[in-house]
Design a binder for this molecule. Structure first.
Ligand code: NAD
Length: 275
């Protein structure tokens, strides 16, 4: 029954959300989330954002110390949190992660599949080992997480999956040497589009966020540091993104305010993909 079919009035549409301001509809109270790669950088910022909006948050990372540190930060803010050590490229680890979250809090409403790695060889020197490692984490790992969390969400009839892709899924940042990374992230976008359309009528929305260049430890690797200055001149906004620039997007995609979005690639790059 819709306004377009002439069966309800626009007043009635608004009455459906009466008493719920747009900010209320972005709250995540009572929701259960996990964030992979939550131990630092973008994932850490996502974990804080989801927790501040009301969700319980499992911080997942292959680095146990980092996951525990972020969990402590959340607990200090009064946000219910646990840490889980898992490598997302290993299906047993991912299943254990999903089982741990679901048994601790009884559901998984928000799956934030954010962990990823970057390697930076010239294409002619990219070894199969580098290619496989990048794809195992970035694409295969994201798929394993989507499938394991998606199975729980499909049973619940509700869920929000948010994958972290990259602006590099759309453009080739210049001067570039990131064949395996760019290609794996393009795969994350297609994975998101496919799952997002396949599962939406069963209550599971799947979207991704494509950050531009974000000031995290990832870009301060020896390989990438020399490229950062060059990239800076390619960003219309005139600066790198900070992790805080991405926080509202993850809350929005995790909330009921974005229920009509699925399979979407939300690009946040200070205009860089347009130049
Ligand atoms: P980061 O390297 O600062 O942090 C990544 C975290 O993920 C680390 O804590 C690491 O221990 C963890 N991790 C790595 N491999 C893992 C695995 N197999 N299993 C579990 N945890 C694992 O990276 P970041 O900059 O915060 O990037 C996070 C995501 O955002 C990645 O998917 C990355 O590709 C993407 N991204 C980053 C940028 C950027 O400029 N920083 C831009 C676009 C997209």
């Amino acid at each position: 029954c819709s306004l377009a079919q002439g069966k309800i009035t626009d007043d009635e549409v608004f009455q459906g959300v009466k008493g719920h301001s747009i900010l209320d509809r972005m709250r995540l109270d009572g929701k259960v989330a996990y964030v992979t790669g939550g131990g630092q950088g973008i994932g850490r910022a996502f974990a804080h954002a989801l927790g501040e909006a009301g969700a319980k948050v499992a911080v997942v990372d292959m680095d146990q110390g980092k996951a525990e540190t972020v969990t402590r930060e959340l607990l200090l803010k009064g946000i219910p949190s646990i840490s889980i050590t898992a490598d997302i490229s290993k299906s047993d680890d991912v299943q254990r992660m999903v089982d741990t979250v679901a048994s601790k809090w009884g559901a998984i409403h928000i799956a934030c599949n954010n962990a990823g790695i970057n390697m930076n060889s010239a294409s002619e020197d990219t070894s199969l080992e580098e290619w496989d490692r990048t794809f195992n984490v970035n694409l295969r790992g994201t798929f394993i997480c989507c499938q394991a969390a998606g199975r729980v969400m499909l049973k619940q009839g509700y869920g929000k999956i948010i994958n972290t892709a990259s602006m590099a899924s759309l453009i080739v940042p210049h001067p570039q040497k990131q064949l395996s990374y760019n290609t794996s992230k393009a795969g994350v976008v297609k994975l998101t589009q496919t799952l997002g359309t396949e599962w939406v009528d069963r209550g599971v929305r799947v979207n991704c966020i494509s950050p531009g260049i974000v000031d995290t430890p990832l870009i301060h690797s020896e390989d990438l540091r020399p490229l950062v200055q060059r990239w800076l001149s390619d960003i219309p906004a005139g600066r790198l993104a900070q992790v805080t620039d991405l926080q509202a997007a993850v809350v929005y995609l995790a909330s009921e305010a974005s229920d009509y979005m699925t399979g979407h690639n939300l690009v946040i790059e200070g205009g860089q993909s347009l130049w």
